[in-house]
Design a binder for this molecule. Structure first.
Ligand code: ADP
Ligand code: MG
Length: 634
């Protein structure tokens, strides 16, 4: 007998166990799903390793997981003949939480346990869920190909520590015995266990077998010595079955198994592709975004199988980044079985599969958007931000991606009421030749921007952009169905034409001359802080705004540079004034140079504030306002 070691759990494991045992899982039966799923993973791993080293099978390549229970000692046993674990692996896998995601999740959950209850299933708490129903868990395991005396025994009551030692184990793989808590005897029941297996594990390709009860054995064959096992699940990989044979519930269960998501999938697409590339794909769009979906570095990608042998998780190379919220699998006929993650990168087969999967996903989303506008809006709220990375990443599919985009607009009263570009272009007014948009920091600052005043009055719709990625995205989008985009905070002659400015600006000649002088005076004062002063055609209620030249960097783009730590070139704005505004008319009549300049400064600061959302020195600005108010009142 080897030396028994007692080790304490990593502190996060203790926390996790505590959370689960007290309160977290309302759904106790999932422990079995987790253990079966681990057995299935272990069998997949063995199959994969045995490709290059068949000795690992130790003469038996018939893989399964056996489940039995014993009423005498209130125990359930789950035994597989998969890869097994080494001593070190047992310590790492059953004593710590390896996944960083689970750790950071634990940190965040402490604050609001109730709210996040349903979330915990998303994190690899798998094995530890045994302790929800068990007062003690014992694991016997031996790594495939290891000598018989290198088996490992692990046992714990889930209260802070565990024992581990070497043992003799003749069969490779892992056997887990759960000693149930006193009030969990409901699970010591054929029918109950069968039900759970059917519910959660039907799609698992590994045969899940239940030991036939003693009574049944007795009927069949007087007091049989050897055990008899009944395979409960279909034990056929779901994706190779015929679509018409697979129920919606099965697809959903499989989705949850694949993605570790507790929510249902929104839609899926299951395809068998023949021709130059032969593969099967099963792609799911989740209903809910996972808490870290925005993070490009987080694990994502599809499961990759080659001829039904599991090769790897999270094969990122099969999907573009902007579709990283898609879950699912690809089972290829053409890839070599020994393909590695490194090779994946430049593999032409992978590249071709990626292209066609991308197409498939975009069409699937597009179909969905056409059929369910309202539900599509929910989808957009979950994943729109990620999809917006599309135009920059995937110029080939630009057109298709554009159809999927949704925008808030000046035509609607609420931020959530979003429209497609198709809707926008369908209701463009006569003679309108461009798609107008404005970008700002928030919905309300976009919606209330002074740039919009005259457009609103003339019923010209403007898209409101206020997500951080928007400005960056717009730099990759130039047109939709040959209609160009135009930012209304940039100088744009099409707008002037559309608004028929020539008429508005129709003034008497001498007046025009005076105006020219007036504009010059302002420019002289502001000098090279601005590019030029212009009479504005776009303002109604606002005295002045700042615009940029069509080739210059926009304010939002400059901000983007700043938050990413880069220095943006200084923007030279065009100072546009509204000569019909009372304040400007007032200014026109001020002869005192100092006072004139003070007013120009104030109007300039106002325009800056409105454009950028902040001023370098707000106090100066406030002092100036106060001074001018007092002057007025005296
Ligand atoms: P996950 O399955 O998400 O990795 P689990 O808590 O379910 O998390 O399991 C932790 C790890 O323990 C697994 O990744 C695997 O390496 C190992 N493990 C668990 N059960 C088995 C088993 N039956 N055979 C081999 N390894 C196992
Ligand atoms: Mg698991």
């Amino acid at each position: 007998m080897s030396i028994k070691e007692t080790r304490v759990f990593e502190s996060e494991v203790k926390e996790l166990l505590h959370l689960m045992i007290h309160s977290l899982y309302s759904n106790k039966e999932i422990f079995l799903r987790e253990l079966i799923s681990n057995a299935s993973d272990a069998s997949d791993k063995l199959r994969f390793k045995a490709l290059s080293n068949p000795k690992l099978y130790e003469g038996n390549s018939n893989l399964f997981v056996n489940i039995s229970f014993d009423k005498k000692d209130s125990s359930i046993t789950v035994e597989d003949n998969g890869i097994g674990m080494t001593y070190k692996e047992v310590i790492n896998n059953l004593g710590t939480i390896a996944k960083s995601g689970t750790k950071s999740f634990l940190k965040s959950i402490n604050k609001d346990v109730k709210k996040d209850q349903s979330l915990i299933g998303q994190f690899g708490v798998g094995f530890y869920s045994s302790f929800i129903i068990s007062k003690k868990v014992v694991v016997y395991t031996r790594y495939a190909g290891y000598p018989i005396n290198k088996g490992v025994l692990w046992e714990s009551t889930g209260e802070g520590s565990y024992n581990i030692s070497y043992i003799d184990k003749d069969k490779r793989g892992t056997k887990i015995i759960l000693y149930l808590r006193d009030n969990e005897n409901e699970f010591l029941d054929d029918w109950r266990l069968k039900n759970i297996i059917n519910k959660y594990s039907n799609h698992i390709s590994l045969p899940v077998r239940l030991k036939k009860s003693f009574e049944k054995n007795k009927e069949n064959n007087n007091l049989k010595k050897t055990d008899e096992w009944e395979t409960i699940n279909q034990a056929k990989a779901l994706w190779i079955r015929n679509k018409s044979e697979i129920s919606e519930i099965e697809y959903q269960e499989f989705y949850k198994y694949l993605s570790q998501d507790v929510n249902d999938a929104l839609i899926w697409s299951h395809n068998n592709v023949e021709g130059s590339q032969e593969y099967t794909s099963l792609l799911y769009i989740p209903k809910k975004s996972s808490w870290n979906a925005w993070d490009r570095n987080n694990k994502h990608g599809l499961k990759l199988y080659v001829q039904r042998v599991f090769i790897m998780d999270n094969a990122k190379q099969l999907l573009p980044n902007y579709l990283r919220f898609v879950k699912g699998l690809v089972d290829s006929k053409d890839l070599p079985l020994n393909i590695s993650r490194e090779i994946l990168q430049d593999n032409t087969i992978i590249k071709k599969i990626k292209l066609s999967l991308t197409n498939r996903i975009l069409s699937m989303i597009n179909n969905f958007s056409e059929k369910n506008e309202k539900e599509y809006n929910n989808f957009w709220n979950e994943f729109g931000l990620i999809l917006k990375e599309g135009p920059a990443e995937d110029s080939i599919n630009n057109k298709k991606i554009l159809e999927l985009l949704r925008f808030s607009t000046t035509y609607n009263k609420k931020e959530e009421e979003k429209i497609s570009l198709k809707t926008y272009t369908n209701r463009m007014i006569e003679k309108q030749k461009k798609i107008y948009y404005i970008s700002s920091d928030s919905y309300s600052s976009a919606k209330n921007s002074p740039h919009l005043e005259l457009l609103k009055k003339n019923n010209i719709e403007v898209l409101l952009l206020f997500d951080r990625v928007d400005e960056w995205m717009m730099s990759y989008i130039t047109e939709y169905n040959n209609i160009p985009f135009a930012s209304i905070s940039k100088i744009d002659s099409s707008l002037e034409e559309l608004l028929n400015i020539k008429n508005i600006d129709n003034k008497k000649e001498d007046n025009t001359k005076n105006t020219e002088l007036f504009v010059k005076k302002i420019k002289n004062y502001l000098n090279d802080r601005i590019k030029e002063v212009k009479i504005s055609y776009r303002l109604v209620e606002t005295p002045a705004v700042l615009t940029t030249d069509s080739n210059d960097m926009s304010t939002q783009m400059a901000k983007l540079f700043e938050v990413s730590g880069q220095k943006a070139p200084e923007i030279k704005y065009v100072f546009e004034i509204n000569i019909n505004h009372k304040l400007i008319k007032n200014l026109y009549n001020i002869n005192n140079v100092d006072l004139f300049n003070e007013w120009v400064e104030l109007l300039f600061e106002q325009a800056l504030l409105s454009e950028k959302g902040s001023l370098e020195d707000p106090n100066k600005f406030i002092k100036r306002i106060n001074k001018l108010i007092l002057l007025k009142n005296n």
